[in-house]
Design a protein around this ligand. Structure first.
Ligand code: G6P
Ligand code: MG
Length: 216
């Protein structure tokens, strides 16, 4: 593609493997509540899905009051925060820091578009905050992915029109959000996970900018 003016990254499962920690935290909660929940279900249904929507998926038609749901969301978040507490700069996807530096050296803006309210904490642990021109997280918009809002918000933060942005995602809902925002979308993961992506790459590890721009 023509060189984008901004590259907007999802965080969990793209720049770092926190999607595994989200899974473990939901699994811990599901085990507490004796709700069956598998890794396969997590991959198929919870990747990039917001906290409440994830809980709603997990409990399905079991009856819980709003107060009980709030308590469960809080409990899952505490389990998640225990997982991310020990993260360090070594937890950035291999080559991720070099890729961000290369993008910035080329004069392209970098931004985060993550649904997670824990994004800033994770980025601080990873030492990545100085490498982003804009960080849009779960506190910024009301409608989560697959709505385009978080990507549009991130583009606004860096002052780039959405057609000039490239979005990078590891989840189907995220690719849908990027496309709805009018951006080019790259999916990171198995090809069968993504339908609407413009290009798919198996992983972000050790990628250079040219490979990102030439991806099909
Ligand atoms: C991201 C993750 C999801 C997570 C959501 C909300 O989209 O991929 O797994 O459920 O953020 O995260 P939070 O940290 O706010 O509960
Ligand atoms: Mg993700």
């Amino acid at each position: 593609m023509q060189q984008p003016q901004a590259i907007i990254f999802d965080l969990d499962g793209v720049l770092t493997d926190t999607s595994e920690y989200h899974y473990r935290a939901w699994k811990h909660l599901a085990d507490d509540e004796k709700i069956p929940f598998t890794r396969e279900e997590n991959d198929a249904h919870l990747r990039d899905v917001g906290r409440r929507e994830s809980l709603e998926y997990l409990i399905r038609d079991r009856q819980y009051s709003e107060q009980q749901m709030q308590e469960m969301m809080g409990r899952k978040n505490r389990y998640y925060q225990q997982c991310i507490r020990s993260m360090t700069s070594a937890d950035v996807a291999p080559g991720g820091r070099d890729l961000l530096q290369e993008i910035r050296q080329r004069g392209i803006k970098t931004a985060i578009a993550s649904s997670s309210k824990n994004s800033l904490t994770v980025l601080e642990h990873l030492g990545l905050i100085p490498l982003f021109d804009g960080i849009a997280d779960g506190w910024c918009v009301v409608n989560g992915k697959p709505a385009p809002d978080i990507f549009v918000y991130a583009a606004g933060m860096v002052g780039v029109h959405t057609p000039d942005c490239l979005g990078i995602e590891d989840a189907a809902a995220g690719v849908e959000a990027i496309k709805a925002a009018g951006m080019r979308a790259i999916g990171i993961g198995p090809r069968e996970r993504f339908h609407g992506a413009d290009a798919v790459l198996p992983e972000l590890s050790n990628l250079r900018l040219a490979q990102l721009l030439d991806a099909r």
